[in-house]
Design a protein around this ligand. Structure first.
Ligand code: ADP
Ligand code: MG
Ligand code: MG
Length: 255
C-alpha cells in the first residue's frame, strides 16, 4: 500500500518579502517497507521537501497534498507527525549546552510513546535501553552523560542522530544528508542505522547527492529531483548512472 503519498506538492518561502516558489508540483509515493532515495543537484529543493514534510513553519504549502498512513500530514503539528512515526534527521544537529543527552533523548522518546498511548519509560529503564543501543553503535556510554551534541565530533553527532532514530523506532525516516562534512565513516554510520531498521514496517526517504551513500544503503527506488520536481524515477541503477554521467541527460530529457 502507499505509505507516503505526495501529489502535486507546491511550496514557497518568503525571500525578503517576495514569495519564492521552490517545490513546483512534486509527486512521490513510497510504499510500506521500501527505502527510496532522492538525488538532485544543489538548489533543486531537496532540503525544502524534507522541511515541508517535517512541518517547518517558514515554508508555505501552496498546492498539492502529502498523506502518510492515510492521514493528511500537512494538517498535523510536527509533534503529531512524530507520533505517527515520522522521523526527520536534521542535517546540522542542534547543540544544547546544559541539556543532558540522556534526558533529551528520553523526553523525545516519551513524547512519542505518550502520543501513541504507550507507557512512558522511567530514567532507569530508558538508560538500560539507551546503553544497549550505544554499545550497538560503538558509542561510548559517556556520550549519554554529555550535553546534547556539544563538542561532539562529526561522527559522534551522526551516531547520536542514529541513536535517536533507533530509540524512536520510526515507521518513516527522512534523512537529508547534505554536502557538508560527511566522510566515509559518517556515511557508514547513517547507512548502518537505516539498514538496521529495514523491514516490512519501516520506510525511509534518503535525500543525498552522495552516490557513495547509496553503495551502503541500496535503495528500492531512486528519484531524480530538479527545479522543485521529481523528473525521473528508477531502480538503484539510476544512482550508478548519475555517478558516471551526471544530471545532464535527465535534465535534458525533462526539458
Ligand atoms: P537543495 O537541498 O536541493 O540544495 P534547497 O531546498 O536547500 O535545495 O533550496 C532550493 C532553492 O530554494 C535554492 O534555490 C535556495 O537558494 C532556495 N532557498 C532555500 N531557502 C531559502 C530561503 N530561506 N530564502 C530564499 N531562498 C531559499
Ligand atoms: Mg543545498
Ligand atoms: Mg539540501
Amino acid at each position: 500500500s502507499d505509505f507516503l503519498k505526495i501529489e502535486g506538492l507546491k511550496a514557497q518561502i518568503d525571500a525578503d518579502g517576495t514569495p519564492k516558489e521552490i517545490l513546483k508540483g512534486l509527486d512521490l509515493t513510497i510504499p510500506k517497507g521500501e527505502v527510496h532515495a532522492i538525488m538532485g543537484p544543489n538548489g533543486s529543493g531537496k532540503s525544502t521537501l524534507s522541511y515541508v514534510l517535517a512541518g517547518r513553519e517558514d515554508y508555505e504549502v501552496t498546492g498539492g497534498s502529502a498523506h502518510f498512513k492515510g492521514q493528511d500530514l500537512l494538517e498535523l503539528e510536527p509533534e503529531e507527525r512524530a507520533a505517527l512515526g515520522v522521523f526527520l534527521a536534521f542535517q546540522s544537529p542542534v547543540e544544547l549546552p546544559g541539556v543532558n543527552n540522556a534526558n533529551f533523548l528520553r523526553t523525545a522518546v516519551n513524547a512519542v510513546r505518550k502520543a501513541r498511548g504507550e507507557e512512558e519509560l522511567d530514567a532507569v529503564s530508558f538508560l538500560k535501553l539507551a546503553r544497549e543501543e550505544t554499545s550497538r553503535l560503538s558509542m561510548s556510554g559517556e556520550m549519554l552523560k554529555r550535553a546534547v551534541n556539544v563538542g561532539f565530533s562529526g561522527g559522534e553527532k551522526k551516531r547520536n542522530e542514529v541513536l535517536q532514530m533507533r530509540l524512536l523506532k520510526p515507521s518513516l525516516a527522512i534523512l537529508d544528508e547534505t554536502d557538508s562534512g560527511l566522510d566515509i565513516d559518517a556515511l557508514r554510520i547513517v547507512a548502518d542505522g537505516v539498514n538496521s531498521l529495514r523491514g516490512p514496517d519501516f520506510s525511509s526517504l534518503v535525500i543525498t547527492h552522495h552516490q557513495r551513500l547509496l553503495d551502503y544503503i541500496v535503495p528500492d527506488r531512486v528519484h531524480v529531483m530538479a527545479h522543485g520536481r521529481i523528473i525521473h524515477s528508477g531502480g538503484p541503477e539510476v544512482a550508478t548512472l548519475l555517478e558516471k554521467q551526471g544530471y545532464k541527460q535527465f535534465l535534458e530529457a525533462a526539458a
